[in-house]
Design a protein around this ligand. Structure first.
Ligand code: SF4
Ligand code: SF4
Ligand code: SF4
Ligand code: FES
Length: 822
């Protein structure tokens, strides 16, 4: 710490602080315009000028100048005020005074500073700019006439998002912010640039002319898309969520969001929302009262026993999932599961046997503390984009090494010095086993490893996984495998990150055990910056596991579908789950759902699955309810209602609670009471209190009991003349919900199949050609997308789209072999 004087006040500040930071932590306000706490100091605008006595009273920018011991600083002398006024006058010289029609009115730093410094006349005069306004895309409007050249947009896009879509172009008076070749913005539409722009140059078009900033009510919440658990603020007016409001002090991510979190909120107010219960009568779904609908469901569930089953989306709150489980128990059934059973097997089976816990032992915060990141599947950026930002920052700012093991390249592959090791699809577990083998052979294992149970068995089982042997099946060289192994083992702190989800059937329990073995062999566990982070797909996937909402003694998702088809399951209750689109093998799923006697669906929308139901219950979105979500790294966070319930919709909490009462049980009154039960029973939640979660939430600790487990590998035999289809998540979407978020749909409106340039040439395929993709499971037509990231012989398709029907082709195996014709 250093001692210094600011405005005659003796203060202390960390050695690394700038004058601006030192003032801020001591409650002294210095105005800023180009500064943002997430970005590197830039010093472009000169709003933050202060005087430093030791520098002979010279005016210097507070945001770029580090403090030194004994510094004497003045922040608001008459000369400084005069200088700041002049900065504003110069900015206003060109800036159009169109505040009445500018959407940023009321939330504009330039407007606020002009008011604060009472700049009501201008001694200078000049012509205004006449830049053409870019309306070319539906999410971001760019009006460079209003730009104050603070560079925040270009800096955030480069430093944090790592896309680099915006930059300063031209020089001198002609300088402006532009895109490649002065074209339109064509990027990943995360909206980060919009969020930091201090004026109305970059605007969120979905919010345009919807409301003045000061007319919004703000409600803090948690994003309901992926498991990263980003905090967000919902801007509400007239019972509608009109925007997400940027708050740089929110969450571990300082308010950063991805396209889904920033622009995907429209599903909350969608006019496609279900608003009344529906009951099938004479073959058609007809409006019904809640009483009638719930009575029908209760009648079916009462005493149903093992003939009833339930599947839930891990988007429900922890409290709802626990009640759903209680409801099934009240019906006498142990058949309940979530996310097709694939998404959570890594945690519930893999980590359970390797770590003795069903959660990741590492946190998102470990990413920036690590020396080496071993990222399995580049999709970790596409599945959990804000975790991708954390990886960017670790690599660029902290010098972390990045090794990627994947069946295709991705955005992470473009980071400085990133090394991508592309293996043949389906061989990842064999490769990870061979890394373990190389670590043993090269004597790079930690001395403590031999005392972990299962060591001898693992050593024996790994004998066949020599780098030379695995090189043949994986397409990697033995040298590459050895390099990956030694990089990992020799790094002081190394973190393995891998995504799991509905569309990653190869990423199951064995994958989790294989990576756990690596961490255990090298002793890279239990210390900051080291360990394993398993990124489950949905906003509350970890919560669903923690609540025990998966098959332990009953049937798991696939078996439930089989049970429906065979007639063993007569009543199926789906809460927010849309298996017709999101589970593999669509023909099998639709046949099963057709056959089941009684299908109940609670959902926000008339999904492909809800359309098949006997009873449809209109459920509430996350913006209309309260409860808790648990992120991939076990941050337990509150959500609270931002709006009143849409139509007659009810929360799943209310639905399950009423049904439990109808089945003769004791219905809990409120989520807080159920959280009390969770805190008393769920491992790691002990001692948590609903009220004390506050705005920052609480981490549920993970206790590890390590054991080596031999992971099974399944040989993926190449099929002559066929291509390997891998399924996954695309950056803009998450599950099937984002189909109802207008923002993501503007950017990525339909499914496609992505193939390499080489395969496209062989098949004589051009971009956007309609292709027939056929496997043993079925066939569909999809548009072609040609890219340089795909290896030859491999196809990729996102799975989110109801209309694209890739799950007619995708069988649920780690690799589905397909033929492609035009
Ligand atoms: S929306 Fe995101 S990716 Fe696009 S320019 Fe802005 S910061 Fe860059
Ligand atoms: S567009 Fe906005 S954020 Fe970018 S330089 Fe201009 S004023 Fe700054
Ligand atoms: S989708 Fe995931 S990464 Fe994107 S804002 Fe939401 S929680 Fe964050
Ligand atoms: S805020 Fe310091 S120079 Fe812009």
């Amino acid at each position: 710490m250093v001692n210094l004087t600011i405005d005659d006040k003796q203060v202390t500040a960390p050695k690394s602080a700038t004058i601006y930071e030192a003032a801020k932590i001591n409650g002294i306000k210095i105005p800023i315009l180009c500064h943002d706490k997430k970005l590197k100091p830039f010093g472009a605008c000169r709003m933050c000028l202060v005087e430093v006595e030791q520098m002979k009273g010279r005016q210097i920018p507070a945001c770029t100048t580090p403090v030194t011991d004994g510094m004497i600083i003045r922040t608001s002398t008459p000369d400084i005020i005069k200088a700041r006024k002049m900065v504003l006058e110069l900015l206003l010289l060109n800036h159009p005074i169109d505040c009445p029609v500018c959407d940023k009115g009321g939330d504009c730093d330039l407007q606020n500073l002009t008011y604060e410094y009472q700049v009501n006349a201008n001694r200078f005069s000049d012509e205004k700019f006449h830049h053409e306004i870019d309306y070319s895309n539906p999410l971001i409007e760019r009006d460079m006439n209003r730009c104050v050249l603070c560079g925040k947009c270009a800096r955030i896009c480069d430093e944090i998002v790592s896309f680099g879509a915006l930059t300063f172009i031209s020089r001198g008076i002609e300088t402006k912010i532009g895109c490649e070749f002065e074209g339109s913005l064509n990027c990943e539409f995360c909206g980060s640039c919009v969020s930091v722009c201090p004026v109305g140059s970059l605007l969120a078009r979905p919010f345009k002319f919807k409301a003045r900033f000061w007319a919004l009510t703000n409600q803090k919440s948690v994003c309901s898309y992926c498991g990263t658990g980003c905090n967000l603020t919902l801007g509400v007016k007239d019972n509608k969520v009109l925007t997400t409001v940027y708050d740089e002090n929110q969450g571990f991510h300082n308010g950063q969001l991805c396209c889904r979190g920033r622009f995907g909120y429209q599903f909350i107010n969608s006019d496609k929302r279900l608003t009344t219960p529906l009951v099938r009568k004479g073959g058609a779904l007809m409006e019904a009262s809640w009483d009638e609908a719930l009575e029908l469901v209760a009648t079916r569930l009462r005493g149903a026993g093992a003939s009833a089953a339930a599947l839930a989306t891990p988007r429900l709150t922890n409290e709802e999932l626990l009640l759903f489980k209680k409801l099934m128990e009240a019906a006498g059934s142990a058949n309940y599961d979530h996310s097709a059973g694939y998404a959570h097997a890594a945690l519930t089976k893999g980590f359970a046997r390797s770590f003795g816990a069903t959660a990741s032992p590492s946190t998102i915060l470990d990413i920036q503390k690590s020396d080496l990141l071993l990222v399995i599947k580049t999709d970790s950026y596409e599945t959990h984009p804000v975790i991708g930002f954390e990886i960017n920052m670790a690599v660029k700012n902290k010098g972390a090494k990045l090794n990627i093991l994947s069946d295709k390249r991705g955005k992470l592959s473009k980071l400085p010095d990133a090394k991508t090791f592309v293996h043949t699809p389906g061989s990842e577990i064999a490769v990870i086993n061979s890394l373990a083998k190389a670590i043993l052979d090269e004597k790079l294992a930690a001395g403590s490893a031999v005392s972990i149970p299962g060591y001898a068995d693992l050593e024996k089982a790994l004998a066949g996984f020599t780098p030379d042997a695995v090189a043949v099946q994986s397409g990697l060289s033995a040298a590459a495998i050895k390099q990956l192994a030694s990089d990992y083992a020799k790094a002081e702190k190394a973190l393995i990150i891998f995504p799991v989800g509905n569309a990653y059937p190869g990423h199951n329990a064995d994958m989790a055990s294989a990576v756990a073995n690596l961490a255990l062999l090298t002793g890279k566990l239990g210390t900051e910056g080291s360990g394993v982070l398993c990124m489950a797909e949905k906003n509350n996937s970890q919560g669903a596991v923690d609540m025990g909402f998966y098959a332990t003694s009953g049937l798991q998702a696939g078996q439930i579908m089989d049970g429906c088809a065979s007639g063993a399951i007569k009543t199926l209750f789906l809460a927010g789950e849309n298996p017709v689109v999101s589970y593999p093998n669509r023909a099998v799923v639709t046949t099963a759902l057709d056959k089941v006697e009684f299908l109940v669906v609670s959902d926000l929308f008339m999904t492909e699955t809800a359309a098949m139901a006997d009873v449809v219950l209109p459920a509430c979105s996350f913006a209309e309810k309260e409860g808790t979500f648990t992120s991939v790294d076990r941050r337990v966070q509150h959500i609270k209602p931002a709006i009143r319930k849409v139509g007659q919709s009810r929360t799943d909490f209310e639905i399950f609670s009423t049904l439990i009462a109808k089945l003769g049980g004791q219905a809990p009154a409120a989520p807080a009471a159920v959280f009390g039960e969770i805190a008393a029973s769920a491992p790691g939640y002990a001692g948590m209190s609903y009220a004390a979660l506050g705005e920052t939430g609480a981490f549920a600790p993970v206790d590890i009991t390590p054991a080596f487990v031999v992971p099974k590998t399944v040989a993926v035999e190449p099929a002559a003349g066929k291509l390997a289809l891998v399924i996954g998540s695309v950056l803009y979407h998450n599950g099937t919900l984002s189909q109802f978020g207008e923002g993501p749909m503007y950017v990525c409106p339909e499914g496609y199949v992505e193939l390499s340039r080489g395969d496209a040439a062989k098949l004589n395929v051009a971009e956007n050609d309609l292709l027939n993709v056929t496997s043993a499971a079925g066939s569909t037509k999809l548009k072609a997308r040609i890219s340089s990231r795909m290896p030859e012989g491999v196809l990729f398709s996102p799975y989110h789209f109801g209309a694209a029907e890739i799950n007619r082709v995708w069988s649920g195996a780690p690799v589905t072999w397909v033929t492609v014709t035009k």
